[in-house]
Design a protein around this ligand. Sequence first.
Ligand SMILES: NC(=O)c1ccc[n+]([C@@H]2O[C@H](COP(=O)([O-])OP(=O)(O)OC[C@H]3O[C@@H](n4cnc5c(N)ncnc54)[C@H](OP(=O)(O)O)[C@@H]3O)[C@@H](O)[C@H]2O)c1
Length: 345
Amino acid sequence: MARIGILGATGYTGVELVLALEGHPEAELVFLSSEASAGMRLQQVFPRLSGCTKIRNLTLRTAADCQDASVDVVFSCLPHGASAEACSAFLAGGAKVIDLSADFRLRDPSDYPRWYGKPHPLPAKLSEAVYCIPELHRQDLAGASLVANPGCYPTSILLPLVPLARAGGLGAGLVIADSKSGVSGAGRKPSLATAFCETNESFSAYKVGRKHQHLGEMLQELGRARTGGVPLVFSPHLVPMERGILSTLYIPLAASWTGARVRDLLAETFAGEPFVQVLAGEDGLPSTSHVAHSNRCHIGVAEQPEQDIVVVVSVIDNLVKGASGQALQNWNALFGYPETLGLAP
Ligand SMILES: NC(=O)c1ccc[n+]([C@@H]2O[C@H](COP(=O)([O-])OP(=O)(O)OC[C@H]3O[C@@H](n4cnc5c(N)ncnc54)[C@H](OP(=O)(O)O)[C@@H]3O)[C@@H](O)[C@H]2O)c1
């Protein structure tokens, strides 16, 4: 059994991890952190967890109080900034860290202030971190101590786009990523923008074009997939649903590429992957409800009459494939377990 700690267990991604680890045969939970609810049990904060046996004897402790715990793995579900600082003690103690925040996703320390508005709290560790969407980067995980779990929007966009960039299928011109997210993407901390009366029966765009912080990691990973990178604009939207992301990608195609060829490439790339499904043409396009509460990504390819562009639609659950499910998949891959362990198909 691996001894596991969760930093930020009272957040939406933390709770999702607790639920998944309950069904993981190799996981023993050793600590759960919270600042606001320290001293309580997690089941008191989330009564729906009352059936989880692995947390029954644990009391929530502050992140600082957890630092002396003896653990093999720490999942950090803290906000960026706080996460890097809290992770550093565990890394120094020899634990493996899987960080769900954005703190270790950008390799170049100068990118962090550009996207997150402040200097990186632990720049020396950035070169050790492995950015990993397992279906695209699992070969990079060998021997890693620090895994940067990708962002939710980037997971939905990079899964279809990176194979196409690697294969030379992208033409000249901009790729446009237009994404919609459920409100849980903003986390549990209350804010005016995510209050019920602001989001219910409303649909809004935010940080459109080249402003959203997730653009940084997407440009970085597309730069690794194709020499010279891929020009990308990204417009996220908030939709009045609890969970899920749908990304629609408008992709210019290289000469001799067609929508059918794109679908074939993606189907071949993800054949044998338990969590990524490329829909056949007759199956239409995916919806967020098709993947809710699962670690799956469904990808649909809409061929266009003039074959100069293709439109690709990708859906995930932001809290699972976009966060905690992918983190668990990364842990499984890192420790040599089947990647599906603890994750419902
Ligand atoms: N939500 C998503 O869809 C999603 C997807 C991918 C990645 N992420 C990333 O995953 C991380 C967690 O997201 P989330 O949605 O679960 O957030 P959340 O619901 O707001 O939860 C944040 C957690 O961190 C704790 N916390 C907050 N500030 C802290 C601090 N300064 N020091 C120590 N603990 C602190 C909170 O504990 P208390 O409030 O109990 O004190 C809570 O347990 C974030 O970095 C986020 O960007 C989120």
